[in-house]
Design a protein. Structure first.
Length: 470
């Protein structure tokens, strides 16, 4: 929907704009039709004037009655008037008016005729026509002594016809034009208003559905985040038990060594070799406890970063390689008892200003999807490759596995909500749908799936990102 059409559908008051535009269009069409009627009438009057002129020229009696270029004025009852206009008005006392002088100038310049419609006080609208009056051979019988030459322009034959009869004749056509355009204006205005109202309602319903869909997507994302966080907590608790258990065992062994040393000190004699052995055992236990406690601290730090990113969904500057290592550490538990190799190819010290929680969610879902579907819950051996690359203002991820792949039908539906090939085993069909939603709706990027049976699966992702200098 464009920025122009959206206000027309949202606010009814903007419909007046369309109504005004439509009214102007209808008025223009009516004006054109009325002008066509008038042009037709003028054409009819012009043709009528030509016929009358032809009649006058051929009528010998009229030519005889004109005498030696005397002013002739004849008017019929139908509003037709004839005049002879001299080019030199002083000869016959019939001076031309302004329009007639303009017509004579045009005839003298070479025009074959001159016509127009004027308003006269007594007769109303009048169609005027003038044709050139040139000297013919018979004219010299009376005017040879005046120096006339054959073909010379001596004036014009003026014919005027009242417009009133034609206006009365085309009155029904004008009324029909007014009625037709008025009806057309009302019909389109009413139909347009009804259609706009239907579009407005459909848009309102679509916006409500979109809001509900967005709320549902947000709920699904939040639910999946909590589920992912729960899996991460379970894996973290299992992972952290090992280093803490080792550290506790080392400290317990240290307590026994200390008690042994205290017993040696109470005795009368102290063996140097025995003391050195006890100190070495104590030092070894301390190093073992320290190393495992540091490992536990790193796990806690990684868990903290991942948990905060997944729950906060805030924009911050983060190290992309470190983010990927944290994700792999959080998912170490489900992968550690499998024969699946995880290969990460990401530029070091690549700092990005973005929303790491969304990237974690997408990558976590892709990893678990490969584990579950590509490698049959880890029963199948293989490898997963995670490759990050940068383009101007964008991040590109190629996520591929060499698992069992999928059929073409499954590939086409892989991003649809609730589509899963393991419904009977508890699959929800939301993992890849959530990835698609995050990439398209949240990160404004694209995600494409390529797969074939027995040839693994590849997901290619691309989305805008603000790359920061290291």
């Amino acid at each position: 929907m464009t920025a122009f059409t959206q206000p027309l559908l949202v606010h009814r008051r903007h419909w007046v704009v369309l109504l005004a535009v439509w009214g102007l269009g209808v008025a223009w069409s009516l004006q054109v039709q009325l002008q066509d009627l008038r042009a037709h009438n003028e054409s009819v009057l012009g043709e009528s004037a030509r016929k009358l002129l032809h009649l006058l020229v051929l009528t010998h009696s009229w030519n005889a009655s004109a005498g030696p270029m005397q002013a002739l004025v004849a008017e019929q009852e139908q509003g037709v008037q004839f005049r002879l206009i001299n080019q030199q008005p002083g000869e016959a006392g019939n001076p031309p008016d302004a329009w007639e002088r303009e017509a004579l100038q045009a005839l003298e310049a070479g025009r074959s005729e001159y016509m127009g419609t004027l308003q006269e006080p007594a007769r109303g609208a009048v169609h005027r026509y003038m044709a050139p009056l040139r000297v013919a051979a018979p004219c010299l019988q009376c005017h040879a002594g005046q120096g006339y030459r054959v073909g010379e322009l001596r004036g014009g034959i003026y014919i005027s016809q009242s417009y009133a009869p034609l206006e009365r004749a085309d009155a029904p056509s004008r009324q029909h034009a007014y009625a037709l355009h008025g009806a057309l204006f009302l019909l389109v205005a009413l139909c347009g208003a009804w259609l706009l109202e239907q579009l407005r309602r459909r848009r309102t319903e679509a916006m409500q559905a979109r809001t509900e869909l967005q709320a549902t997507q947000d709920h699904l994302l939040q639910t999946e985040r909590m589920a992912s966080l729960g899996r991460m907590v379970a894996g973290f608790s299992h992972e952290i038990n090992t280093p803490i258990g080792v550290a506790v065992g080392a400290l317990s062994n240290s307590e026994g060594t200390i008690a042994q040393m205290e017993a040696l000190l109470v005795g009368d004699e102290i063996s140097e070799d025995t003391l050195r052995t006890a100190l070495a055992s104590l030092r070894e236990a301390d190093q073992l406890a320290s190393a495992n406690l540091q490992r536990a601290a790193r796990l806690v730090q990684a868990f903290k970063r991942t948990a905060i990113d997944q729950t906060a969904d805030e924009t911050r500057v983060f190290d992309l390689a470190q983010l990927n290592r944290d994700i792999l550490a959080a998912l170490h538990n489900p992968f550690k008892r499998t024969s699946i190799a995880l290969n990460l190819d990401c530029p070091e010290h690549l700092r990005v200003n973005g929303r790491p929680g969304l990237i974690e969610q997408v990558l976590t879902n892709l990893l678990l999807n490969s584990l579950t579907h590509g490698f049959e819950d880890g029963r199948r051996a293989g490898s997963i490759h995670i490759q990050w690359r940068t383009a101007p203002g964008r991040l590109c991820l190629s996520f591929s596995d060499d698992g069992q792949g999928m059929t073409e039908e499954a590939r086409r539906q892989v991003f649809e909500p609730f589509f899963t090939t393991r419904r009977d085993q508890g699959g929800s069909g939301l993992g890849l749908y959530i990835c698609h939603t995050i990439i398209h709706a949240r990160l404004h990027g694209s995600i494409v799936c390529q797969s074939a049976p027995g040839q693994g699966t590849r997901f290619t992702l691309e989305f805008p990102a603000e790359i920061r200098a290291p």
